[in-house]
Write a new protein. Structure first.
Length: 297
């Protein structure tokens, strides 16, 4: 089988992800490819803004990360610039994360005071923050460090519950303009028989070494990565290919994928569709490793 994973790309972060699934890939002899559809761009001025706030505002009690990307970029910046005094301050704070993988990324930096919700969703993270704030005997202040392209649900729920917080966007995403030149893009095009004149030689090599019945699994890790992916690979070519299966990492991404399917079927005037035939149910834990395990079990 072939497994293609849509990802936002940053050298530091992708190294962490590759290490995470390397053992799984080797043990199961899997063909796994990362489709680098987006680039992760650190917003250094905003990272500095967050650091200055941490240094100068003693009211901050909690640091909140809504993604592994944000936590890796933040701590990488701190250690690269040898901001040891900031590390000392952070040891006096509590950390809240959207899930276990983000918590693990923070733990690697020597922090254990980390809490995350049982379901790895921003809505559940919001509920956790609200409950912590409600049950506290002292005034709490949450510093939320996240992407500029983020679901507004977290912030909306906190505002409604009158939680004191500050949101700072420490990175953003931009389409990877070099995506079409990547090896992974070309391999997927060839496997889908969407060949073009630029890779006819590669096509012949892969065609000879590929089992015709091998499944192609597309793992979608976020709505933003999904949108960019469908700029390059048309939904009609994927739906009609019997070898292709879709696997969203979680419910929000699943809705994004379902919308593409529904639009396609609506344009074709096809009713009574069964999306479960092509879109696999997302795993119980919304992690990349769990997605891969779901496919191979």
């Amino acid at each position: 089988m072939f497994i293609f994973i849509t990802k936002a790309y940053n050298p530091k972060i992708n190294k962490e992800l590759n290490n995470e699934i390397k053992e799984l890939q080797l043990n199961k002899n899997l063909k796994i490819y990362f489709l680098k559809v987006n680039k992760i761009i650190p917003l250094k001025k905003n990272i500095l803004k967050a650091i200055n706030l941490i240094q100068n505002n003693k009211d901050i009690t909690h640091i909140v990360f809504t993604s592994q990307n944000g936590s890796v970029l933040f701590f990488d910046f701190i250690y690269k610039n040898r901001l040891n005094n900031v590390i000392d301050i952070l040891r006096t704070k509590e950390f809240l994360t959207v899930g276990s993988k983000t918590a693990q990324a923070i733990k690697k930096n020597g922090f254990d005071n980390i809490i995350y919700p049982s379901k790895f969703l921003t809505s559940n993270l919001a509920d956790l923050i609200i409950n912590i704030n409600k049950n506290s005997n002292k005034k709490l202040y949450f510093l939320i460090l996240r992407s500029k392209i983020s679901n507004p649900e977290l912030i909306n729920k906190l505002k409604k519950a009158k939680v004191k917080f500050k949101e700072i966007h420490i990175y953003t995403l931009k389409p990877n303009n070099r995506f079409k030149k990547t090896k992974e893009y070309k391999i997927l095009k060839i496997l889908l028989k969407l060949k073009d004149n630029s890779n006819l030689y590669d096509y012949d090599i892969i065609e000879k070494n590929t089992n015709k019945k091998e499944k192609i699994y597309l793992i979608f890790t976020s709505p933003s990565n999904s949108k960019i992916f469908f700029r390059y690979f048309k939904i009609e070519k994927l739906i009609t290919n019997q070898k292709v299966k879709f696997l969203p990492i979680g419910p929000i991404t699943a809705k994004e994928i379902q919308n593409y399917f529904k639009k396609y079927y609506r344009n074709k005037s096809i009713e009574n569709i069964n999306l479960n035939q092509k879109i696999l149910k997302f795993p119980e834990n919304y992690t990349l490793k769990d997605c891969i395990l779901k496919i191979i079990k």
